[in-house]
Design a protein around this ligand. Structure first.
Ligand SMILES: C[S@@+](CC[C@H](N)C(=O)[O-])C[C@H]1O[C@@H](n2cnc3c(N)ncnc32)[C@H](O)[C@@H]1O
Length: 224
């Protein structure tokens, strides 16, 4: 496990300790506010989230962090030519893009994860999520230029985290934007799907998670 560094803590503190220009690739899934109110019991069943949490627009204990808290710092930590993937929903997209541009990143693409399940919605059922792909500095091609923008990957069946992403999805991003032994960073590791994908593909990994419960789940999954 010498290539895997898992840190339980606030990514804002941990980021400060990471040397500048040392990270080859970032794949991360930050917390953000979800729709306030108007949810149905069906929505609760799909998300595995309590009705009160959905009404308050929260899922995890820690979801107050803003893009502007960490994206400008992250810019200094990644190498020139690196790719940064950030999962995002439609409502938070504008703020994410604004902060990303202000921080110095350039937009390369907005990928879609086409899910095998949907969330109920009055304005079209939601069966996708977005992945904003940014670059710092020079433009570098992805490794498999035959990869489509829409990534069709099944949802996780037995989730250990309310927002757990499929390892196969993270693996596509990692394999396209890094080489073996490169350092991949996930600031909001949750149950550790990015770390599992790194272990499978021989990438070095730095994973940060603030919540003790999810940190333990991630550690277990990645070590096994
Ligand atoms: C959307 S989830 C990530 C889920 C993950 N992609 C997975 O597959 O399990 C976001 C995670 O960020 C964590 N988090 C929130 N604020 C944080 C902070 N300041 N530092 C580190 N982790 C934080 C939350 O506890 C939550 O587990």
């Amino acid at each position: 496990m010498k290539n895997i560094k898992l840190i339980q803590g606030d990514c804002l503190d941990v980021l400060k300790q990471i040397p500048n220009e040392s990270i080859d690739c970032v794949v991360t899934d930050p917390p953000y506010k979800i729709v306030k109110g108007g949810c149905t019991n069906k929505a609760v069943r799909y998300s595995g989230t309590s009705h009160d949490e959905l009404k308050n627009g929260t899922i995890f204990k820690n979801n107050e962090i803003q893009f502007s808290d960490w994206l400008p710092v992250l810019y200094n930590k990644v190498k020139d030519g690196s790719h940064v993937y950030i999962m995002c929903n439609d409502r938070n997209m504008r703020e994410l893009l604004n902060v990303a541009y202000e921080s110095g990143f350039k937009l390369l693409n907005i990928l879609t994860w086409k899910k095998s399940k949907h969330n109920p919605n009055r304005y079209y059922l939601k069966n996708s999520e977005f992945i904003v792909m940014l670059r710092k500095g020079k433009a570098v091609n992805i490794n498999n230029m035959g990869t489509y923008q829409v990534l069709e990957v099944n949802n996780v069946e037995k989730k250990q985290h309310p927002s757990e992403k499929p390892v196969d999805l993270m693996q596509i991003l990692i394999e396209n934007s890094s080489q073996e032994d490169d350092i991949v960073l996930d600031l909001f590791m949750g149950a550790g799907s990015t770390g599992v994908a790194c272990a499978k593909t021989n990438r070095r990994f730095i994973g940060i998670e603030i919540d003790e419960k999810y940190f333990k789940i991630a550690k277990n999954r990645i070590e096994n």
